[in-house]
Design a protein around this ligand. Structure first.
Ligand SMILES: [Ca+2]
Ligand SMILES: [Ca+2]
Ligand SMILES: [Ca+2]
Length: 259
């Protein structure tokens, strides 16, 4: 009895080490460690490892452009996809039909700013393991006038396909803003008394990421990076508070970050 028990222990240890060797974590399991996909369409393979592995990918999501996201099963039978915006919610999820062998897929578009989104691939159960294939297909919006803007974007903001001008409106398109009314700018600035506080306000575009910079003297100092803010799905006015240690006069600028 004792001998059989010992052999059983050795077998368990051996199986555990084999799992570790043949199934490393091939794609990071969190947005911070995501495998970054390039723009356009991508095809990539992965493996769901033992014990609730999640594989996270990121991709650049153009405004007014739809993406088809498909996870096809290789040796894994059941998969779950969650598509996550840069910050906050909502997320969009879908699963394949367990045991039916069908692919899991979803189709998404958004009307915010150019941004990097995340795709999380996971199994349905703790024992779900095996290979899968992820495809991200970019489906550019219809552009019948060759303006470089999806026609739907032009109709939404201008009501026609003649007015949008690539020389003037490209920035609005990428930054998720209304090209007729709403350039990116600092809309309000207040200085509050001791403790010294500067409150800077601007309107956010959904999913946009902004870098904040400050300077005490534009002639002598260069711009100093302060912070980054990423908008959720609703945009709106953002008030950002800085408590500078050096003052009293201070300049600020914000910059949209293309992801
Ligand atoms: Ca993983
Ligand atoms: Ca994996
Ligand atoms: Ca067009």
């Amino acid at each position: 009895m004792k001998r059989g028990f010992l052999i059983g222990l050795f077998v368990s240890a051996y199986v555990a080490s084999v799992w570790g060797d043949i199934l490393p974590n091939d794609h990071g399991s969190t947005p911070a460690t995501a495998t970054a996909l390039s723009g356009g369409s991508n095809n990539i393979s992965g493996v769901l490892e033992h014990d609730m592995d999640v594989d996270v990918f990121s991709f650049p999501f153009k405004p007014w452009t739809s993406y088809t996201i498909v996870v096809d099963t290789g040796t894994v039978r059941d998969v779950n996809i969650q598509v996550l915006p840069p910050t906050g919610s909502p997320s969009y999820g879908t699963t394949n039909s367990v045991w039916a062998g069908a692919a899991a897929f979803t189709n998404l578009a958004h009307q915010g700013a150019q941004s990097r989104w995340f795709i999380a691939v996971s199994g349905m159960f703790q024992f779900t393991t095996g290979s899968y294939h992820l495809a991200v297909w970019e489906n550019p919006g219809q552009d019948t006038n060759g303006s470089g803007f999806p026609d739907a974007w032009e109709i939404h903001y201008f009501g026609d396909l003649e007015t949008a001008d690539p020389a003037l409106d490209t920035e609005a398109y990428w930054t998720g803003r209304d090209p007729t009314a709403d350039p990116l700018a600092i809309d309000s600035m207040q200085q509050r008394a001791y403790p010294t506080r500067d409150v800077i306000g601007w309107s956010l575009a959904p999913y946009a990421t902004y870098d904040l910079f400050t300077s005490t003297n534009l002639v002598i100092n260069d711009w100093e990076y302060v912070d980054t803010h990423t908008a959720g799905d609703s945009g709106g006015l953002w008030l950002w508070t800085n408590e500078p240690t050096v003052g009293p006069h201070r300049f600020y600028k914000i910059r949209f970050r293309a992801e």
